[in-house]
Write a protein that binds this ligand. Structure first.
Ligand code: HEC
Ligand code: HEC
Ligand code: HEC
Ligand code: HEC
Ligand code: HEC
Ligand code: HEC
Length: 423
């Protein structure tokens, strides 16, 4: 009887210790600050910023890694003065929009640290995955939710496995003792650890326990490092809210407007480019979708008119125009050169191969990872399409000339094409 109660006592003790240690490891210390930050953020910042969504100012996700704390404090307290001081980062940030961020001199350094903590963590996600918001660190895409879920799942499995080993170990010891006692051999009772500290000391000497802790650390650090390495600069799924609710599904899908109608650049030059509003006006000077809005022009289409200073009644354009600032989704770093016409016109690759099912997207998101690995893999696999291809006809002709000993200039190889030298 005694040995069984002893066994239960020690199991409970190690259970409490293990759950205490893992809860310390998992819970983020900034929960308190984030809650305080959320209140300030909602009161003062949401008019112009979302965490994930750009409003007047940019989406704030990732500011904690983009800027250091001292910079953020200066910026948030008084951005106009900070920009005027000529700080290079501040000047760069101010280029985001002609609108100006207001000054918040009333906020203390701690208030600002709390806001940053909140931006980092975001609002706790409802029920589905309570751990994601806590351990999430920077931001919370769907991917990250999944991998956090897996991480905590793994952790839970390790803890359970450890407990099972512990319990089995004890059971075996107890059984052995009972058997020996049955055989009439006296066994010394294990001395009961008098104080808790002694138990803890014993635990720190337990090789299995140390191994367990080391394993947990490796899993944590390893997965964080791995994720960090792969996710730098990768924005798959990036889907900002655009200033006008323009739907590719409606235009390219349902109305079957050709990509070329709006992105003709993709066939002839490096950049596909976003169409100017004049292209929209080819249709929207009469397509007003007013049936949906009790005979009034759609508020989204009104935005086109406002940007062009177009008067619906007189059909006159004014001079007070302001460009619509579409938020760029696909963005390679400057160090990589990508040319649309080489891929679309020369290689004959469909837009969808790289941009996904655009014609079904209500809002465009980044489909491909745009990593170097992605480019290289496709180059390894894709055969060049050289038959009846003017690009190759030209190269083959040049090749023939060279073989015959004739003169070939750079111009023959396309050296006069604007996009060979200009971005
Ligand atoms: C009146 C609108 C407005 C309000 C309110 C506002 N901001 Fe801004 N914020 C902006 C604009 C606009 C920018 C972009 C910079 C520019 O164009 O001058 C910006 C930029 C920023 C940036 C730099 C982001 C980047 O990626 O470069 C941070 C950080 C920021 N704001 C934080 C805050 C915080 C925190 C609050 C609340 C205390 C706040 N803002 C309130 C308009 C606002
Ligand atoms: C009626 C004009 C129009 C047509 C047709 C159209 N687009 Fe667009 N496209 C736009 C506008 C405007 C934007 C910018 C707003 C946005 O991202 O939704 C855009 C954005 C995009 C982007 C994201 C650009 C970025 O910022 O990285 C891609 C990719 C794209 N279009 C591909 C296509 C493809 C592929 C087709 C054909 C299936 C197509 N578009 C048809 C007008 C058009
Ligand atoms: C070739 C004709 C054509 C062009 C070019 C075109 N659209 Fe459209 N657009 C349409 C049609 C058709 C509809 C559907 C109208 C309806 O639902 O009654 C539409 C609907 C819309 C709507 C939805 C209106 C609502 O509230 O339901 C928006 C917003 C819009 N277009 C924006 C744009 C923008 C921005 C551009 C330029 C980049 C553009 N369109 C270019 C034909 C065009
Ligand atoms: C081989 C892959 C590939 C194909 C095919 C492709 N794109 Fe792109 N697209 C990209 C990449 C990569 C970027 C980012 C370019 C950058 O940041 O310099 C991009 C960017 C864009 C943009 C953003 C603005 C710009 O000019 O950079 C638009 C719009 C776009 N593509 C439309 C199209 C359309 C329309 C087609 C089909 C006619 C198409 N793309 C075919 C890879 C592709
Ligand atoms: C869907 C497949 C695919 C993807 C993805 C792709 N490419 Fe290509 N790329 C091709 C093909 C096919 C060619 C050959 C075209 C030709 O015949 O000249 C090519 C050619 C090129 C060339 C010209 C090479 C030369 O010698 O003229 C460059 C530069 C290039 N790609 C850059 C990129 C970059 C940068 C990326 C990633 C952002 C990328 N490509 C992604 C298929 C792809
Ligand atoms: C062989 C390379 C090459 C080709 C091909 C080329 N350019 Fe240029 N271009 C340059 C260089 C280098 C400069 C900058 C030096 C200068 O301003 O003269 C330049 C400057 C320019 C400028 C002046 C830019 C400014 O801000 O001053 C324009 C406009 C221009 N090019 C347009 C074109 C057009 C259009 C084509 C195609 C018909 C073209 N270029 C073809 C190399 C080239």
């Amino acid at each position: 009887m005694r040995s069984i109660s002893l066994f239960f006592r020690s199991v409970t003790k190690s259970l409490i210790l293990v759950s205490f240690l893992s809860s310390v490891a998992v819970s983020s210390a900034s929960a308190q600050d984030a809650a305080a930050g959320a209140a300030i953020f909602k009161q003062k910042c949401t008019a112009c910023h979302g965490i994930e969504k750009a409003v007047v100012g940019p989406a704030l996700k990732g500011i904690d890694t983009k800027y250091d704390e001292a910079w953020l404090i200066k910026w948030i307290k008084n951005a106009p003065a900070f920009i005027a001081s000529g700080d290079a980062q501040a000047v760069k940030a101010s280029e985001y929009s002609p609108a100006m961020m207001s000054a918040f001199p009333e906020l203390s350094d701690d208030d600002i640290k709390n806001i940053v903590a909140y931006v980092k963590v975001g609002d706790p996600k409802p029920a589905a995955d309570p751990n994601a918001a806590q351990g999430g660190g920077s931001g919370s895409g769907a991917d990250e939710g999944v991998s956090n879920f897996m991480l905590f799942g793994l952790l839970a499995v390790i803890i359970i496995a450890f407990l099972v080993v512990l319990v089995l170990n004890k059971v075996i010891q107890t059984l052995e003792r009972v058997m020996l006692q049955k055989k009439g051999i006296e066994v010394e009772e294990e001395p009961v650890a008098k104080d808790r500290l002694a138990g803890l000391k014993k635990l720190t000497k337990n090789k299995k326990f140390i191994l367990f802790i080391v394993l947990v650390c490796i899993v944590f650090l390893g997965s964080a490092g791995w994720k960090g390495m792969w996710e730098t600069g990768v924005h798959t799924g990036y889907q900002p809210v655009q200033p006008i609710k323009f739907s590719h599904q409606l235009h390219a899908g349902i109305n079957k407007i050709d990509c070329q109608y709006c992105h003709s650049g993709a066939f002839s030059s490096k950049n596909a480019s976003i169409p100017s509003l004049n292209v929209c006006m080819n249709c929207h000077n009469y397509v007003t979708a007013s049936e949906k809005y009790d005979g009034k022009t759609s508020p989204e289409i009104m935005k086109i008119y406002q940007a062009l200073d177009y008067n619906e009644d007189t059909k006159q354009y004014g001079t007070n125009t302001k460009p619509v600032e579409w938020i760029r989704i696909h963005n390679l770093p400057d160090l990589a050169y990508f040319n649309h016409s080489q891929h679309v016109s020369v290689a004959g690759i469909e837009c969808q191969k790289c941009h996904g099912p655009i014609q079904t997207m209500e809002e465009v998101y980044q489909y491909a990872p745009l990593t170097m690995k992605w480019c290289i893999n496709c180059h390894r696999e894709t055969e060049v399409n050289h038959k009846d291809n003017p690009y190759y006809d030209k190269l083959i002709a040049a090749h023939d000339k060279l073989k015959k000993g004739e003169k070939v200039t750079a111009a023959v190889l396309g050296g006069l094409e604007c996009s060979k030298c200009h971005y």
